[in-house]
Design a binder for this molecule. Structure first.
Ligand SMILES: NC(=O)c1ccc[n+]([C@@H]2O[C@H](COP(=O)([O-])OP(=O)(O)OC[C@H]3O[C@@H](n4cnc5c(N)ncnc54)[C@H](O)[C@@H]3O)[C@@H](O)[C@H]2O)c1
Length: 250
């Protein structure tokens, strides 16, 4: 789908893999210039190469979203290279599934990336968008941002926090031509779920958790992100959009 974003600039964090890569490619398909950002330089370079192979324009900037200086440099580079910032997908995230549940270090790590990272990104992105007359932001939460989960306290808390931050920023900038929404993916086939999905019995459990009986694809989240940023969603703000094959409906 081409949402006619020629002349616009989109920034995606965690774009070296999975959902972020799919969103970066989807923005490029709508003709936006794309800033691909990640801590994974190899993955980021691959995403840029995929965009360029499709005739799009992109650059890579390494950024650890939990570090204020990195985020500041990321937005500065975006404006320096492309002159403006119109859309942002704050998507970088980590899952603490394989780590000890109540550990201080795990808590600080996951909250630092999943929640503080989104705050740091919006803090830099919003002034850049205001300077250009407006924009749209989509933050990646999760169905774990809306419902509980008996494990992963930091992941669940961070994803609930992302929805709170999204609503706060949407209200603060509702009259500034900046819309702020979130996506809440269900179980999606990416590197994040690959380790557990590699075991067929666990994959079957994950598929059966979803009423549609399958895991989602990264493109199914990317489609929603680009639509939320597009003019087609011009009256949508503060919304946590669930894309989960029916999981939360049950
Ligand atoms: N896959 C799922 O089932 C699922 C479900 C709900 C929500 N999500 C969320 O979607 C987002 C994307 O995850 P994914 O499934 O595509 O996983 P993924 O592991 O494929 O992608 C995550 C990307 O974030 C990057 N990243 C990690 N720490 C970073 C940091 N400090 N700074 C910058 N980049 C960093 C990784 O290098 C990676 O490229 C995450 O926020 C995740 O919590 C995923």
């Amino acid at each position: 789908m081409n949402y006619a974003m020629a002349g616009k600039v989109a920034l995606v964090t965690g774009a070296g893999s999975g959902i972020g890569r799919a969103t970066a490619l989807a923005f490029a398909k709508s003709e936006a210039r794309v800033v691909v950002s990640d801590v994974n330089e190899t993955g980021g370079a691959e995403t840029v190469a995929l965009i360029e192979a499709g005739g799009g324009t992109a650059l890579f900037q390494r950024c650890d979203v939990s570090k204020a200086d990195d985020v500041k440099a990321l937005v500065a580079r975006t404006v320096e290279a492309y002159g403006r910032l119109d859309y942002a997908h704050n998507n970088a995230g980590v899952n603490s599934m394989t780590r000890s549940e109540w550990d201080d270090e795990v808590w600080a790590w996951a909250i630092g990336i999943n929640l503080t990272g989104v705050m740091l990104c919006m803090r830099e992105q919003i002034p850049a968008m205001l300077a250009g007359g407006g924009g749209a932001i989509v933050n990646t939460s999760s169905i774990n941002g809306l419902t509980g989960n008996p494990s992963q306290p930091a992941y669940v808390a961070s994803k609930h926090g992302v929805i709170g931050l999204t609503r706060m920023a949407a209200l603060k900038h509702a009259r500034d031509n900046i819309r702020v929404n979130a996506v809440c993916p269900g179980v999606i086939e990416t590197a994040m779920t690959a380790a557990v999905a590699a075991r067929p019995e666990i994959k079957a459990i994950m598929e059966n958790m979803t009423p549609m009986g399958r895991m989602g694809r990264p493109e199914e989240i990317a489609n929603a992100v680009v639509w939320l940023c597009s003019d087609q969603a011009s009256f949508v703000t503060g919304h946590p959009m669930v894309i989960d094959g029916g999981a939360v409906a049950g």
